[in-house]
Design a binder for this molecule. Structure first.
Ligand SMILES: Nc1nc2c(c(=O)[nH]1)N[C@@H](CN(C=O)c1ccc(C(=O)N[C@@H](CCC(=O)O)C(=O)O)cc1)CN2
Ligand SMILES: [Mg+2]
Length: 288
């Protein structure tokens, strides 16, 4: 059976290290780091993620400025809110929880965030810095994947990585990070032909599609590392449960290592957000 890449355990360790770091700064008399979380509407999954982020911040000593807006809020109000947060010295990180409801334009909003407070690493400047291999704030889920691979000493040098999914949130930035780590990278997507043939060529297969258990054992090369970024709620005779984009049980019999859902990449995403916020705080206060 495959090794389980335990994101939950690593997230716990990293969060206690971050808590110690923050405590040191505040004991020296510095203000605590601050993160502003903008949530629009009442998507229940988003509300859970926002609550988890706010709870995690509280645990490690990051002050949160939660702003919850109704789904029919005007774009201009959100733009003004972001302007105020950009100018607020106590705010080191700003994030807009995605997806946004209705006709709100997330791209314009994300582009309005000060790139040095862009805790989600989704601003074009930060994506451009990643493309160029420069230092910057990097998107949380892809960074979480890289950190978890590192924790288990999985070196990507010379490896064939196939990322299934081309979103700005995960697929594209993760492909760039794998490339930076010297992998040979292919991005596959809904229009890719012969997908199974391609996925079977992968030493490291990343599923970031958003389709429950789409990656089956026959699509995986024996001995591969499988990273499951999917978080899907499915309802069947067993009730509502959370599954990834990978048929974990079957694939674990073929793979060398695999991330579980829950307890894999999800907790790493939250942890990298905390790390980005503390990093941005240290840079802004000249503590680094
Ligand atoms: N602005 C952003 N929006 C979204 C992001 C993001 O990184 N920034 N990612 C996802 C949602 N997400 C964070 O926002 C997220 C999803 C899931 C988890 C997580 O810890 N999942 C747990 C299971 C929790 C559950 O029961 O639902 C796990 O996998 O163990 C963390 C963060 C889309 N939007
Ligand atoms: Mg995720």
């Amino acid at each position: 059976m495959a090794t389980i890449l335990d994101g939950k355990a690593l997230a716990k360790t990293m969060q206690s290290q971050l808590a110690e770091k923050v405590a040191k700064f505040t004991e020296q008399g510095h203000r605590p780091p601050g993160l502003a979380v903008l949530m629009v509407g009442d998507n229940p999954a988003s509300a859970t993620y926002v609550r988890n982020k706010e709870r995690a911040c509280a645990k490690i000593g990051i002050a949160t400025l939660g702003q919850h807006f109704p789904a029919d809020i005007f774009q201009e109000v959100l733009m003004d809110t972001i302007s105020d947060l950009n100018n607020n010295d106590r705010v080191d990180g700003i994030l807009v929880q995605l997806p946004l409801p209705g006709s709100l334009d997330s791209v314009t909003l994300l582009n309005h965030i000060d790139p040095d407070k862009d805790a989600d690493g989704l601003h074009p400047i930060n994506l451009g810095r990643l493309l160029r291999g420069e230092i910057g704030l990097r998107s949380c889920t892809p960074s979480g994947v890289m950190r978890l691979l590192g924790e288990y000493d999985i070196d990507l040098t010379g490896k064939r990585v196939v990322v299934v999914g081309r979103s700005i949130l995960v697929g594209k930035p993760l492909a760039l990070m794998c490339l930076e780590a010297n992998a040979t990278v292919t991005i596959a997507h809904s229009r890719t032909t012969n997908l199974s043939e391609l996925t079977r060529s992968a030493d490291v297969l990343v599923a970031a599609i958003g389709r429950p258990e789409m990656i089956t054992a026959d699509m995986v090369k024996p001995g591969a590392v499988v990273i499951d970024v999917g978080i899907n709620r499915v309802e069947d005779e067993k009730g509502v449960r959370l599954v990834g984009d990978v048929a974990t049980q079957d694939v674990a019999a073929v793979a060398d290592a695999i991330t579980p859902v829950p307890g894999g990449i999800g907790p790493m995403t939250v942890t990298m957000l905390l790390e980005n916020t503390v990093l941005s705080y240290q840079r802004r206060l000249g503590l680094i």
